[in-house]
Write a new protein. Structure first.
Length: 317
């Protein structure tokens, strides 16, 4: 039996792929207890949930602690599947059954959820990205103020907000670093990643937290997971351009910035590859930079897999 759970802020709607097991439970501790008891009775092959902001996190942790096999999947994939099999109506009960049927058809692998320390680091890293975004927005607002208003109350308000956000960011980065230093395993992983030229503290932390599969998959799988693997677009005689899509935006952004830093300082392992693609193969900038990102990710994957710092010999990996 495959069981789907449609998670909302207040309720958990549950349904199996054959419709034999259904129910609604509160999205709170009491509901988690009742749901866990029912699931233990039916012993499902897999429980499938959609990734819906943070609403599914608590119930996922409870089910994982109860050793119930669990997979968290992309909501877009479930909705595309539902449309493909003709489930066009949308209610919480129907969504739960659609999730269960998706699980039965696709059979996603049961997942091991992150430990408490990883979740805390992930939350801090997410908050760091939010602060960086808010600081950029406030700087843009300050730039938009012209003339005498630059010295007015509105501009001063923006400066005060910028000052506060900058202090928050510095304090959060200190907290992140202290937590890493207290964990030998995380510190070792960060040091391995930072051994590769172009990979700084923030990039290493982003890759370590947002791409935990690093070092466990082959180069094609890890590139696809990060969203930098090109997909064909061919039909009949038409041969379209290969494009990247999907994947994890935070990882893709981190790799992009790391490649730009390497190119700026003409450092390996990406600079020579970029210039060879641009000058010899006459590839556009976008194509060349994505190829460099993929090369860099392959090297990082090898570094974590082997547990050895980067050396120039890995440039040909």
């Amino acid at each position: 039996m495959y069981v789907g759970i449609d998670v909302s802020k207040d309720h958990l709607d549950v349904g199996s792929e054959d419709g034999a097991f259904t129910g609604r439970f509160p999205n709170d501790e009491q509901g988690f207890g009742e749901l866990t008891k029912r699931l233990r009775e039916v012993q499902p092959t897999l429980v499938v949930l959609e990734s819906t902001a943070q609403y599914q996190l608590e119930v996922s942790l409870v089910l994982a602690a109860a050793q119930i096999p669990l997979a968290v999947v992309n909501p877009r994939q479930v909705r595309d599947y539902a449309k493909a099999v003709g489930i066009l109506a949308k209610t919480d009960k129907l969504d739960a059954v659609a999730i269960a049927r998706f699980g039965a058809a696709v059979k996603p692998a049961a997942q091991t959820l992150p430990d408490e320390q990883t979740l805390e680091l992930e939350a801090l890293l997410t908050r760091r990205r939010q602060l960086v975004g808010m600081i950029a927005s406030e700087k843009n607002r300050l730039q938009a103020i012209f003339g005498p208003a630059k010295q007015g109350a509105a501009a001063q308000s923006v400066r005060d907000t910028l000052s506060y956000l900058t202090k928050q960011l510095k304090q959060l980065e200190k907290d992140l670093q202290k937590r890493l230093e207290r964990s030998p395993a995380w510190k070792a992983k960060e040091d391995l990643l930072k051994s590769v030229p172009g990979i700084g503290k923030v990039t290493a932390l982003t890759l370590a937290i947002d791409l935990p599969e690093l070092g466990q998959l082959d180069r094609k799988q890890i590139a696809s997971l990060a969203g930098i693997a090109p997909f064909n677009c061919d039909s009949g005689k038409h041969q379209g351009k290969r494009r990247i899509r999907g994947g994890r935006a935070s990882v893709r952004t981190a790799l992009y910035m790391a490649c730009l830093a390497s190119l700026k300082h003409l450092s390996e392992p990406t600079a020579s590859r970029y210039h060879r693609l641009r000058n010899n193969a006459k590839k556009p900038h976008g194509v060349a930079i994505v190829a460099c990102m993929r090369k860099l990710l392959t090297i990082l994957n090898a570094v974590i897999r082997d547990g050895k710092p980067w050396n120039p010999a890995l440039a040909g990996t």
